[in-house]
Write a protein that binds this ligand. Structure first.
Ligand code: S3P
Length: 424
């Protein structure tokens, strides 16, 4: 896929459904009794992996362009899968399903693509084993493939060393099947979609500061869920509108859950012109439209408890930092190393190729803004967020940029390039 410098971006874009919320809607719908109807579901490859896994476990799921219908069979209604469950490229599918599988009465094997087979699973194996789960990394490297043999579970109070919604959710989901209360305390609050949605399905979930807890054996009831647009996808249009001079873009229906909105706070601190319009609150997940105008940006320092609220947006924030005056520092973000690619390395390598002044650190990067970018060949490393971040950078760079394996955007945003092209 090739890009050149863009004329001002103008118009509106409707953001596809939130990936994290779409996964959870399928999973919790499968465990609920009765019908769950999901609108604005994200038809990205990751969420389709979740659908495929639950179909393999006997759940009927109807898919149309607008709606997903999940015929839930209750907490104990899943069937043993005949084959390995294929989680594709999806960390959320792999880790959350592991929590559910730990509490079943059957044995299952989970595996995914080459990237999934390198991502750390010890972070879920440890707490699930503490709960009594039998979970084994078949290659002995604490990565997938994982064999999970259902076992009686008991509640624990788990202190997670990482702020990770995938870890928290895996433990809470296992807690549905455990004896007694299960709680997870994190070093900083990660996205709370599991807590919000499980509560609306009827689970007894509570949060207090950095701790989320759950009681077992609720009666989960099918729900109607309208998925808000994904702020992680909106981030690319936000960034593009900010750095391409003369742009004015209306980004419609963006989820602004406070555990996810760090990019908006950072952009405002950088001096971005963003107006919040049409705020609405649906089932505990707030959303609004964002009117974004190109702006003169200044550098920021990003770290601490802000990091989990913008972890997936850091690649595109690094791009923004190249267009800001001053030096931006990103710290406390070592989690970037264990995403779909090592995002410290892949961001720094590709920004350097475009002429940016950037340096990797152990837990983030330092970016000296104000040095113009030029076109380059960008290796996406098959990481959707790297491909989209550098498509944005290319719109404000001199000359031509070529993105390799650009179609990896199908993971979270199949129509990304078409939507971007319509604005430029
Ligand atoms: C996600 C949690 C985050 C995020 C990922 C989606 C989720 O991962 O990076 O894209 O849906 O729970 P971690 O839990 O590993 O931080």
């Amino acid at each position: 896929m090739k890009f050149t410098k863009s004329t001002p971006l103008k118009g509106e874009v409707a953001i596809p459904g939130d990936k994290s919320i779409s996964h959870r809607a399928v999973m919790f719908g499968a465990l609920a009794e009765g019908l769950t109807e999901v609108t604005n579901f994200l038809h990205g490859a990751d969420c389709l992996s979740t659908i495929a896994c639950f179909r393999q476990m006997g759940i009927s799921i109807e898919e149309t362009a607008d709606t997903i219908l999940i015929h839930g069979k209750g907490l104990h209604g899943l069937l043993a899968p005949a084959d390995t469950l294929d989680t594709g490229n999806s960390g959320t599918t792999t880790r959350l399903i592991s929590g559910i599988l730990a509490g079943q009465t059957f044995e299952s094997v989970l595996n995914g693509d080459a990237s999934i087979q390198k991502r750390p699973m010890k972070r879920i194996m440890t707490p699930l084993s503490m709960m009594g789960a039998r979970i084994e990394s078949l290659r002995g490297n604490d990565c997938a493939p994982l064999k999970i043999t259902g076992a009686p579970l008991h509640g624990v109070r788990y202190q997670s060393p990482v702020a990770s919604a995938q870890v928290k959710s895996a433990v809470l989901l296992a807690g549905l099947y455990a004896e007694g209360e299960t709680s997870v305390t994190e070093p900083a609050v990660s996205r709370n979609h599991t807590e919000i949605m499980l509560h609306s399905f009827g689970a007894d979930v509570r949060t207090c500061g950095n701790t989320a807890s759950i009681l077992p054996n609720p009666r989960l009831t099918g729900q109607k869920i309208e998925v808000p647009g994904d702020i992680s996808s909106a981030a690319y249009f936000l960034a593009a509108a900010l750095i391409v001079p003369g742009s004015e873009v209306l980004i419609k229906n963006v989820g602004i859950n406070p555990t996810r909105d760090g990019i908006l706070r950072v952009c405002r601190e950088m001096g971005a012109s963003i107006t919040f319009l049409n705020k609405k609150e649906g089932q505990g997940e707030p959303a609004c439209d964002l009117l974004v105008k190109s702006s003169d940006l200044k550098a920021v320092s990003i770290g601490g408890s802000l990091i989990p609220t913008l972890i997936d947006e850091l690649p595109v924030i690094a791009v923004l930092a190249c267009f800001a005056s001053g030096t931006t520092v990103i710290r406390d973000a070592a989690e970037l190393k264990v995403k779909e690619s090592n995002r410290i390395d892949t961001v720094v390598e590709n920004l350097k190729a475009m002429g940016a002044h950037v340096q990797a650190t152990d837990d983030g990067m330092i970016i000296e803004g104000g040095h113009p970018l030029h076109g380059a060949v960008i290796d996406s490393h098959l990481d959707h967020r790297i491909a989209m971040s550098f498509a944005v950078a290319a719109l404000a760079a001199e000359g031509e940029t070529e993105i390799l394996d650009a179609d990896c955007v199908r993971i979270s945003y199949p129509d990304f390039y078409q939507d971007l092209a319509r604005l430029s």
